[in-house]
Design a protein around this ligand. Structure first.
Ligand code: SF4
Length: 319
């Protein structure tokens, strides 16, 4: 292993203070970004966190099967329409019971950006003191790889196929992270699996910031099965997503945005799209639309990061 990478790994290991609470063999596909993320979170935040989530690829593992459990964490499963409302109830119960802990509302982009966005938005507005983590695999993978609001332009899914009529998704993706940061909540950040030290720091910052209210992490988590990617390329896909500015890494404290990794010379988005089949059919003209979209979002972030619009929020949520 190159010296540079060895140094990086040592730094990441410093953040892994707790044991992996999951058993070795779980029902994720090989190379699943979600699995790597799910194992990483409690190793940094501790095994006493309370996780709540909804039906998704993570649910069979988190809920367990028959009478068996695949982990030693506390988990509370709920519906996609009420994920953040459920987390709110848990936080308020623990507060009333005088128990100091961290509630992590852990959901895919289908729940966070689409089906459960209403109550996510409400929890942000009320500044509820918990951490919401969205693992974004750009679609509804558990139910058959349908498109979601975060599916990018041109990508094929089972509801945006490539054929004589359609050429993949013909709409641009929504930027969930920016949408949440603009609520000026105590802490918002993006992260991914190629930059684990960055991810660990952001998890710990969120744990601290949730004492002041709502925190949101938007984590890019590739799905090799749904994207038509080689399972061995998951980390390389994350790396290229960052290097092309397809998924930039930033954080926002009280709405003030700061890049945590600046890409001086971004690569063309094709360095990222070529790693998976869901973009295979795209022509140069199609790729230019996606490239324009990436550049628009980069400009948007650049503009937002120079705003000094900090906003102090109430310490506890409004009842
Ligand atoms: S379908 Fe995708 S998100 Fe679901 S377990 Fe497989 S790789 Fe992971």
């Amino acid at each position: 292993m190159a010296e540079k990478n060895k140094g990086r790994l040592t730094k990441v290991l410093d953040y892994l203070k707790y044991d992996d609470p999951f058993s070795k063999g779980v029902s994720f596909c090989p190379g699943c970004g979600l699995e790597l993320l799910l194992r990483f979170i409690p190793r940094v935040l501790g095994n006493d966190i309370i996780i709540t989530g909804t039906p998704s690829c993570s649910a069979p593992v988190l809920l367990g099967q028959n009478k068996q459990s695949w982990h030693t964490l506390s988990y509370f499963g709920t519906l996609m329409t009420g994920a953040a409302a459920n987390a709110t109830g848990l936080v308020r119960y623990y507060k009333k019971a005088g128990i100091d802990n961290t509630v992590v509302c852990f959901n895919g982009d289908g729940t966070a950006n689409d089906i459960g966005f209403g109550n996510l938005s409400g929890a942000a507005e009320r500044n509820e003191p918990f951490i919401y983590i969205c693992y974004d695999n750009e679609g509804y993978m558990n139910t058959g790889i349908q498109k979601s609001g975060t599916t990018p332009y041109g990508a094929t899914t089972t509801t945006t196929p490539y054929g004589t009529v359609h050429k993949g998704k013909n709409l641009r993706r929504m930027n969930l992270g920016v949408k949440m940061a603009m609520n000026k909540i105590p802490y918002t950040a993006t992260a991914t699996l190629s930059d684990l030290e960055d991810l660990a720091k952001k998890l710990l910052k969120a744990k601290k910031a949730k004492e002041r209210g709502f925190c949101f992490l938007h984590v890019f988590a590739p799905c090799p099965t749904g994207w038509g990617a080689n399972p061995a390329d998951t980390i390389e896909i994350c790396r290229q997503a960052v290097k092309t500015n397809y998924f930039p890494l930033w954080e926002a404290e009280n709405g003030k945005i700061r890049m945590t990794k600046t890409v001086k010379k971004p690569k063309p988005v094709s360095s990222y799209t070529k790693l998976m089949k869901k973009f295979n059919h795209m022509t140069d003209a199609d790729l230019q639309i996606l490239q324009d979209d990436v550049e628009y979002e980069t400009c948007l972030l650049g503009g937002l990061s120079v705003l000094e619009a900090e906003c102090q929020l109430p310490v506890s949520a409004q009842d």
